[in-house]
Design a protein around this ligand. Structure first.
Ligand code: ADP
Ligand code: MG
Length: 237
């Protein structure tokens, strides 16, 4: 099976006081291994909700979600945490680095839960991924000693250091200027090309959308269209 993520007729509603918000309505989506996919839509369209469901941070009101061919439903919180830790890396709009930790300590942080890795193996892994994002020289810097673009590169290294199958990025360029944002997207695309890591990111920025290989448009909680770049279409059809 080639799908790393599969959503079947997924609905999500939130109850807010007396109100019910239909955040996602009947979303069916197959995401393939190695996709570089953008979820595109205006503010409030359901992008974060969709990413949170894929990331097993939240559960659907109805419908099924499969991550790496495993049905997410019926798992205990511990099992979900384990699936998340081994399979998914997260990148956030506001970087979410721990301010008291250096760049290398931030990147090391998700590895601390993997008891099978020795301290030396962790250090090698951290150095490798800081190198990949071009920040070897900034390993000892704290987040407040780094620019926005550099912080997001640390966050990319942190997302990759566990070698996840899937990286989820919720509006990763929203707090960056256009040029820096394009650099961050370019880096993500290079990593997608060389490691075949599946990237799923959300955006409402047309320039960021244009860099995706696959674009899923959502409006008012519904998938309303999809574009696949001509040169990225599977030659097998
Ligand atoms: P986007 O990320 O595209 O801006 P969201 O997924 O955050 O959209 O939100 C989709 C809809 O769900 C919006 O109407 C939003 O107000 C609502 N919503 C999101 N999270 C909650 C929540 N925790 N409680 C109530 N409503 C929510
Ligand atoms: Mg959002």
């Amino acid at each position: 099976m080639n799908n790393v993520v599969r959503l079947e007729h997924v609905f999500k509603h939130y109850t807010f006081g007396e109100q019910q918000v239909q955040a996602l309505i009947d979303v069916t989506l197959n995401i393939n291994h190695g996709d570089f996919l953008a979820i595109a839509g205006p503010s409030g369209s359901g992008k974060s909700t969709l990413l949170n469901l894929i990331g097993c941070i939240d559960i659907p009101s109805r419908g099924k979600i499969f991550i790496a061919d495993q049905d997410v439903a019926g798992r205990t919180p511990d099992q979900l945490a384990e699936l998340r830790a081994r399979t998914i890396g997260f990148i956030f709009q506001t970087f979410n680095l721990l301010p008291v930790l250096s760049a290398e300590e931030n990147v090391e942080y998700p590895l601390l839960q993997f008891k099978e890795l020795s301290a030396k193996e962790r250090r090698l892994r951290v150095a490798e991924y800081l190198g990949i994002v071009g920040l070897s020289k900034f390993a000892r810097h704290r987040p407040n000693q780094l620019s926005g673009g550099q912080r997001q590169r640390v966050a990319i290294a942190r997302a990759l250091t566990t070698q996840p199958k899937i990286v989820l990025a919720d509006e990763p360029t929203a707090n960056l200027d256009h040029k820096t944002g394009e650099g961050v997207l370019q880096l993500m695309k290079e990593i997608n090309g060389s490691f075949k890591t599946t990237f799923i990111f959300s955006t409402h920025d047309p320039r960021v959308m244009s860099m995706a290989s696959r674009l899923v448009h959502i409006e008012d909680g519904q998938v309303v269209g999809e574009d696949v770049k001509e040169d990225e279409k599977d030659p097998g059809g």
